[in-house]
Ligand binder design. Sequence first.
Ligand SMILES: [Zn+2]
Length: 189
Amino acid sequence: MTLDEIKAAVDAGKTVYWKSEIYEVRGSDGQYLVVCTDNDSAIGLTWQDGVTLNGQENDFYVKGSRHSSRFWLASNGDLCKDDETCEIVREKYAYHHSTIETGKELRATLRAGPYAWPGGYPLFIGSSTGESAHFECVKENLSSIIHDLRHSHRFGPMYCEINYENTELYCDHCNKKIESAYGDDDEEE
Ligand SMILES: [Zn+2]
């Protein structure tokens, strides 16, 4: 939606959301805000220039016009319905599985990102045959890795681990160093 379309819809009493139903555009007296209905914090709909949208045009939509943003990711990694039921649609949608035995678990682990939470420690993906890889490198080779995982050609189960202090850990895909939490990383890059 363009800025004019958003304003017109709000003025006409329609409910306009940004990205998900948690963020609602509200207007009064010519002032328009994007309000987080979770905690009532708000930002202006536009920058101070009054014409530059805070956000992308296609992230704004009128209530009922879109179905793609009915889900949200809970802090425990479950994908939930974005309504009052908060029903879990997929458990552990983004979740660091310490042992990875299926493509689903691998995808969920990659979705959760290359840093442990809490703590922010760097993670890597390992195989039971001793190979190690960056998250990014696993993503780039995802289909063949899932194929191997499924057929146990090269790997048994894989695992996701924190690299606390191994400064000599290298990725078997790109041959670059894998970041460590407490090791001396001075040589990196
Ligand atoms: Zn790599």
